[in-house]
Design a protein around this ligand. Structure first.
Ligand code: HEM
Ligand SMILES: *[C@@H]1O[C@H](CO)[C@@H](O)[C@H](O)[C@H]1NC(C)=O
Ligand SMILES: *[C@@H]1O[C@H](CO)[C@@H](O)[C@H](O)[C@H]1NC(C)=O
Ligand SMILES: *[C@@H]1O[C@H](CO)[C@@H](O)[C@H](O)[C@H]1NC(C)=O
Length: 556
């Protein structure tokens, strides 16, 4: 969580409090040369630009203050500890204005770490119009390692990186299923997959580094299609609805969370002035889409991220928190966000539906399951089956290990910078050794042997092999790097802007209220006959992700 409003890495385009006087930057800084004199970090391509520390090395007095500052600055681990302990304290905070103040602080501090407008992409390691305007690219927070650098990771490490298949088998392949200590369930896992695939849609045709999801955020393109032609194929063109099929055990006696029938009266005024059913259908469709986007963000912030964080601070989806702050209502999905979200460790060894065990082969792409069991039974089964831990190493089931191999291959093709450079970029100290990273000796020694240098460790292996937080699902870096992308994407949605965030956007007070009161439970229970157990954690895990008594927590 926030170090403090002024203690984080300087936002792009600004100067941190301890930055030295700005001296003119050479037009091209060669990023393979550490300490290149580029005083205004963000003017330079390459990771000289990412590290205020390296830049200040040229200015000893400033470095003194930076050091002092860093010494006194509480670490992410400290904030995490406070936020995940002292429930009695947070129970008080939750019901005061301090909750709003902290939520605002969390949002601004996190979001400030994401450049907005976006900067680089995998073909442009310097600011360019193409990188800004061509939204088929995923953006990049750190530019690619230049092609003419001495080693694949820049200047550090060996001339050849370890074989990705070998890395995956030795360090990522699950030996024995370890349940997430916080009780994350399969409902969370499938929600995560479904939710993120609206904005992670890597293009097969254009290749790695490109996306088919041009909305770059929560646009529900996974429901409505990622282009207008597809949207039209999916629409019924009546009452604003999509084509549908009523699955078993859903009922029409309950209103759906966004019952378009209930929206219809809101547009009666339009019927009076414009009797065209097509225009009515169109406006119903468009307004329902905005409501569903709002509901999704509400559920993701207050149910999904709340669970994932394990915080006792009650998170709040209230766009008005940001109305007094400088904030850009825009978002561009980054390659780094896509890479880090490969949470295949969540996947179990088999799937348990109403006591019946199914193998991957039986379960994947088995569409008849929905019809055989119905929504209630599936939701309840997913909610009761515990998911696997993501971080800590050796957490990925053999059936999906190839995906992790693909992630490592992609990061090499796109020349992602080393894990430690990302640590610095997101306000953390670089690891000094593999032992410090993993918190143990054996795997650390093997990694050292393969990579040669901790500063040459790759992004994705770093995230997955870092020691998890105490009773956590993954390590500190996943949180510190992932949360800024996530919050920027959720609150940077146009519906959160002052122009949009008002009743009329959502068809009136009723629609606005639906957005403001959405929850995972309502999403499910207003759509089925009998409300099943539904949550993002298994039943015996304490509410809001407090740590459960669980097995060993930090070994690889
Ligand atoms: C049913 C279990 C799952 C299977 C069989 C599976 C399989 C796959 C496959 C085959 C890919 C494409 C890899 C490539 O293009 O190289 C992929 C991509 C991905 N998966 Fe999964 N996955 C599963 C669950 C999950 C879960 C639970 C998450 C959690 C968030 C997740 C996150 C992702 C992401 C972010 C991508 C990248 C998507 C893109 O860029 O287009 N997956 N997965
Ligand atoms: C505060 O929020 C946390 C997390 O949502 C929850 O566990 C706790 O019960 C809440 N307390 C109050 C008074 O709302
Ligand atoms: C974006 O860049 C790619 C790669 O250069 C190119 O193929 C594509 O046409 C560009 N898209 C647009 C809309 O210009
Ligand atoms: C799909 O799931 C059903 C249970 O809903 C099961 O009977 C069937 O064997 C599964 N299909 C395959 C190909 O395994």
């Amino acid at each position: 969580l926030p170090r403090s409003a002024h203690a984080t890495a300087p936002a792009p385009g600004t100067t941190g409090p301890t930055a030295p006087p700005v001296s003119p930057c050479p037009s091209v800084c060669h990023p393979c040369v550490p300490g290149q004199p580029c005083a205004h970090s963000t003017h330079c391509s390459g990771w000289a630009g990412s590290s205020a520390g390296r830049v200040t090395a040229l200015f000893p007095p400033a470095e003194f203050w930076t050091r002092l500052h860093n010494l006194l600055k509480p670490s992410p681990a400290f904030y995490h500890f406070i936020l995940t302990h002292f429930k009695w304290f947070w129970d008080i905070i939750n019901s005061t204005f301090i909750r709003d103040t902290l939520m605002r602080l969390v949002l601004t501090v996190r979001a400030n770490l994401i450049p907005s407008p976006p900067t680089f992409n995998s073909d442009y390691g310097y600011i360019s119009w193409e990188a800004y305007a061509n939204v088929s690219y995923y953006t990049r927070v750190l530019p690619p390692v230049p092609d003419d650098c001495p080693t694949p990771m820049g200047t550090k490490g060996k001339l050849q990186l370890p074989d990705p298949q070998l890395l995956a088998e030795r360090f990522l392949l699950r030996q024995k299923f370890e349940a997430d200590p916080r009780g994350t369930n399969m409902m969370f896992a499938f929600f995560a997959q479904h939710f993120t695939h609206q904005f992670f849609k890597t293009s097969g045709k254009m290749g790695r580094g490109f996306t088919k999801a041009l909305g770059h955020g929560v646009d529900l393109g996974h429901l409505y299609g990622d282009n207008l032609q597809r949207q039209h194929q999916l629409r019924l063109f009546r009452d604003g609805k999509l084509k549908f099929q009523v699955p078993p055990s859903t009922t029409e006696t309950h209103p759906s969370p966004v019952s378009q029938g209930c929206l219809k009266p809101m547009f009666l005024w339009q019927l009076l002035s414009d009797p065209s059913p097509d225009a009515l259908d169109e406006q119903l469709f468009q307004t329902a889409r905005l409501i569903l986007i709002g509901e999704t963000i509400k559920i993701v912030v207050e149910d999904y991220v709340q669970h994932l964080s394990g915080y006792y601070l009650s998170l709040k989806f209230d766009p008005e928190l940001l109305f007094g702050s400088q904030f850009q209502y825009r978002n561009r999905i980054a390659v780094e966000f896509n890479q880090l979200y490969h949470w295949h460790g969540l996947m179990p060894d088999s799937f348990i539906i109403q006591g019946q065990e199914y193998s991957y082969k039986q379960f994947l792409y088995n569409t008849s399951m929905l019809m055989d069991y119905g929504v209630e039974a599936l939701v309840e089964s997913f909610s009761k089956q515990v998911a696997g831990r993501i971080g800590g190493g050796q957490t990925i089931n053999a059936n999906v290990l190839h995906v992790a191999v693909g992630v490592i291959r992609e990061s090499r093709q796109l020349r992602l910078q080393p894990f430690n450079e990302y640590r610095k970029r997101f306000g953390m100290k670089p690891y000094k050794s593999f032992q410090e990273l993993t918190g143990e000796e054996e795997k650390a020694a093997e990694l050292e042997e393969l990579y040669g240098d901790i500063d040459a460790l790759e992004f994705y292996p770093g995230l997955l092999l870092e020691k998890p937080q105490p009773n956590g699902i993954f390590g500190e870096s996943m949180v510190e790097i992932g949360a800024p992308f996530s919050l920027k994407g959720l609150f940077g949605n146009p519906i959160c802007s002052p122009e949009y965030w008002k009743p009329s956007t959502f068809g009136g007070a009723t629609g606005f209220e639906i957005v403001k009161t959405a929850s995972l439970e309502k999403l499910v229970c207003l759509n089925v006959k009998k409300c099943p157990y539904v949550a993002f954690h298994v039943p015996d895990a304490a509410e809001h992700g407090s740590p459960r008594a669980a097995g060993p927590s930090t070994e690889l």
